[in-house]
Design a protein around this ligand. Sequence first.
Ligand code: ZN
Length: 218
Amino acid sequence: MLLIDGIHLLEGVKGAHCYLVTGSNPFLIDTGFPGQEARIIKYLLKAGVEPQSLQGIILTHFDFDHVGSVVALQKITQCPIYAHTIEIPYILENTPRPGIKYWVPILMRPLLGKLVAPEHIEALEGNHPFQDWEIIHTPGHTPGHIILYRNGIAIVGDLLQGGQIRLAPTIFTWRKPTLLESVNTLITRPLRWILPGHGPATPASIHWLDQLNNTLVS
Ligand SMILES: [Zn+2]
């Protein structure tokens, strides 16, 4: 489904949302659970995007439901995988995912399949093909969580959830005070749309900004 400004939400992908950004340097953001690659490729073809024309797959953070199909997709598209430097060792599984997140991929394996770690990830700093986007480090949900921002549109991973805009559940939060600081970093920018990892694309409104500000204060 085309949302706005050439950004598509790939319907039917299980796990967290996968977004496609079209244009001269098309790329994907997040990849859902393991086993979603066929669905994602089918969508690309339907949208007229040749899988091998993708310039990258950006991972907002290391969670199982965001990185699940990245290796399978890379095999097909042959494009680099990008993430924040701090997040890379977790996605490569050189550093164990902290707390409950260590167990999630193991517990979900019988149901959703094995999570395969990539062999290499590019740091999303300096020279990358997505310079028209601001990549903002928003730690809190995880240490190296990032969001993408352009023209009032924020693709926010698990910084916020959509619909009734709210924070992701605390049990999955690495550091809450850091998360709140990161939310503040985002909401000081002009905002039109929030495209979250979970929940619908949500227009930025004074109403929820107010509500969120109250959460941040309390
Ligand atoms: Zn997450």
